[in-house]
Structures are given as C-alpha cells and as structure tokens.
Design a protein around this ligand. Structure first.
Ligand SMILES: Nc1ncnc2c1ncn2[C@@H]1O[C@H](COP(=O)(O)OP(=O)(O)OP(=O)(O)O)[C@@H](O)[C@H]1O
Length: 347
C-alpha cells in the first residue's frame, strides 16, 4: 500500500513530491496556504494536476502524460476532513455502514462491520443518534469509523483535530493513534504533538514545495526549515559554515556543535532551545559563549516562563528575570547561549 505522488498545480503554485510507504503514517506540516490540502486533494481526486502522476500500490491514480484519471471513489483513498461531514439524515451506525454497503456488502454485514468500527473508536453508545445529536468530538469519531469502514488502502486526514475543543482532542488523538498503527496514512496538522504521536515521518511544505522530509523526531529536533523550527519551538539561525562558526548574512556569528561533517561555506542552520538562552542588559565579559545584541519585539507567557522574542531568536526566562531586567518590546538586550547548547546542521 504505498503512495507515490509527484505533481504540479500551476494555479496554486504547487510542485510537490510525496511518498508514503506500506503501513507508514506521514505528517504533512506547513504554514497556512503552503499547499497541504491541495496535495491531499490531488491524491483524493478533488484537485486536478497540471503535470505529474500518482500511483497507489502501483495502480495509477492519475497521470497527466498518459491522460489517465481514476475516479475519486475508485481510488481506495478515504479523506477525513476537519469537519466530520456526516450524512445528516442517517444514524451514526448507517453513516459508518455506508462504505461497506456501497461496496456491495449486505445490509446486515455492513451494519456488523459498522458496529465493530464504532467499538474501535469508542462510539458504540452513539450508534442510533443522528449527526445533529452528536458533539463535535463524537461526530469526528463517527467520521473516523466511517472512513475506516470503507477499508481504504490510504487514509488522508486534513487537520482532524482542528475543529475540536482542546479538551476532547486528546481522546480523539488516542483513537487515531490506535487505528492508524500499521496503516498507510497522511495527516495534515499544525500540531507538533499530532506529528510526534501519530506519524513516523514528517514532510514540511513551504510555498508549495517540500522543504523537509525525514523521521518525525528528527525533523522536529533538527529542523532545517523556519516552519519546523517554529512549531518545534526551537530557535534557528541560518548562515554559512565559516571557520567553525555559523555566520549569518548580516555578519552575526553563532558558535555551535556540528552534528554532521560540514565543509567550509556550507549553508547551515544553528538550532537551540529558547530555554538555553540567557538575557543580559550589559554583555557578560570574557565568557566562551555566544552573545548577540537584539531588540526585544514581544513578550509571551508560556507555562510558568516568559518567552522573550527578538527577530533573531527567542529566550524563555522567568517572570522575575523579565521584571529585574525591565524587559519590554523595544528594549535592547543581549541574548547569550553556550556553544554547547547550539546544534549545527547542513540546511
Ligand atoms: N479552491 C481553490 N482555488 C484556487 N486556489 C486555491 C483554492 N484552495 C486553495 N487555493 C490556493 O492554493 C494554495 C495552497 O492552499 P492549500 O489550502 O492547499 O494550503 P494549506 O497548506 O492546506 O493551507 P491551510 O493550512 O490554511 O489549510 C494557496 O495559495 C491557496 O490560496
């Protein structure tokens, strides 16, 4: 059950390659408008490519060169949207039974299959209810069961938790974790936790192009794109590797530890945690640390810390430190981070 997609959609400035291995869950991450939903739409058959092709398990979903196009309902692909989109006039059970029924299974068989899927998503109790009688979280569970009951070879999930209240999201995430195990799926998400808990691999899109593709933990712990760094909550400074230092275009130098062999002049990123950054009003003398003068742009409470943002990086410090240093937007300060806290990777 493996997917291979390589296609362009000129109107949306999308030029994307994506593969999903057998039993692999891929998180598709990226800023708003980067093309995540369009990529899913290409696979599901809701969007037409200008050039390119996609195959699922060796079967062609579309191929512009050969003018081949498989109807969406014949693709073996199920798409789960942000909104559950259940049939309003059918009970939860019949919504779930719809897939097996339309594949030609008997009414009784379809209902049996639907019951067992409702059990899997912990929603048996709502079998008789109509969608209007379900909460958002309950309806989304039914939608998951409905998608899986059709026995898709590939499941596409477009921000399945986005429309849910924060307090019901964890339960659905657990259900998804359970039902996605061993399945081929693509999950579009903005949430780093979804990517970490649900996906084996993370692919990051920016402006319609794949900018990262690797094991989820690696993409999030060693981000090379600005987006992955932002969602992982890490600082990332881009530059060139010169004289064992990352040198930014504006001349700012950041020392750190290379995590792979680097050559002079390589385009690199220096990655470090906001919690590793200390703030001083006057630069500390004679320390073997990175010291960069910045202008504070924003203060944001994060847990019991305050994230102090500047254009170059962010620092997490205590509210007491904010008060003591009299930090506020517009204030000049020195961000200080030990070289041992900075990881350097090729971009
Ligand atoms: N129906 C449409 N017709 C034309 N252009 C569209 C349509 N839907 C989206 N676009 C454009 O295509 C590009 C990619 O959008 P897409 O919705 O795929 O991004 P996304 O990464 O899913 O964004 P989000 O995170 O906001 O859902 C954007 O420039 C968007 O404005």
């Amino acid at each position: 059950m493996s997917l291979e997609l390589a296609a362009t959609v000129a109107e949306r400035d999308l030029d994307v390659s994506l593969s999903v291995g057998d039993g692999e869950v891929v998180a598709l991450l990226g800023p708003n408008g980067s093309g995540k939903s369009t990529a899913l739409g290409l696979v599901a058959g809701l969007v037409h490519a200008d050039t390119g092709a996609a195959t699922l398990d060796g079967r062609t979903l579309f191929d512009t060169a050969r003018r081949t196009w498989t109807e969406p309902h014949r693709r073996g692909v199920a798409l789960l949207a942000q909104e559950p989109l259940l049939f309003p006039h059918l009970s939860a059970l019949d919504n779930v039974a719809f897939g097996p029924r339309s594949q030609g299974r008997s009414r009784a068989e379809s209902r049996d299959a639907a019951r067992s899927w409702l059990r899997r998503v912990d929603a048996e109790a709502y079998a008789a209810r109509r969608p209007a009688q379900l909460s958002g979280g309950q309806a989304q569970r039914i939608a998951v069961a409905r998608a899986l009951a059709a026995d898709p070879r590939l499941l596409l999930l477009d921000e399945p938790m986005a429309a849910l209240d924060v307090d019901v999201a964890p339960a659905l995430r657990q259900v998804l974790r359970d039902v996605l195990a061993g399945r081929s799926a693509v999950v579009v998400t903005h949430d780093v936790l979804d990517a970490l808990l649900l996906a084996d691999r993370a692919v990051v899109l920016e402006a319609g192009r794949v900018v990262e593709d690797g094991p989820t933990a690696q993409v999030l712990s060693r981000p090379r794109s600005a987006f992955a760094a932002r969602i992982a909550g890490l600082n990332m400074v881009r530059g060139r590797w010169q004289g064992h230092t990352v040198v930014r275009e504006d001349g700012t130098r950041v020392e750190g530890h290379p995590h792979e062999p680097l050559a002079e002049g390589d385009a690199v990123v220096a990655v470090f945690r906001p919690s590793a950054v200390a703030i001083f009003r006057t630069p500390p003398e004679g320390s073997p640390r990175n010291v960069v003068e910045v202008t504070v742009t924003e203060l944001e409470p994060i847990g019991d810390q305050v994230r102090v943002r500047a254009a170059l990086a962010s620092a997490d410090v205590t509210p007491a430190a904010v008060a003591e240093l009299d930090l506020a937007p517009g204030v000049r300060a020195h961000f200080v981070v030990k070289a041992s806290e900075v990881s350097v990777y090729r971009q």
